[in-house]
Design a protein around this ligand. Structure first.
Ligand SMILES: [Zn+2]
Length: 60
């Protein structure tokens, strides 16, 4: 399922391909396609919206 997240460094929107079979709570790092900085993505499935919601944080 394709989901968007906003880069925590440059604010640009990126698309991430979330693996639905990996569960309703996921966390992984993905580089921004614009500024190439590593974002740590926290993904959870929102059953009301019936889609994944992604929260992006800077890698500490
Ligand atoms: Zn960026």
């Amino acid at each position: 399922m394709q989901c968007d997240f906003q880069c925590s460094y440059c604010g640009e929107w990126n698309a991430s391909d979330v693996d639905e079979s990996a569960g309703s709570l996921q966390e992984y790092a993905e580089d921004c396609q614009v500024c190439c900085q590593p974002n740590v993505l926290s993904i959870r499935f929102d059953p009301r919206q019936e889609q994944f919601v992604i929260w992006a944080e800077r890698e500490s």
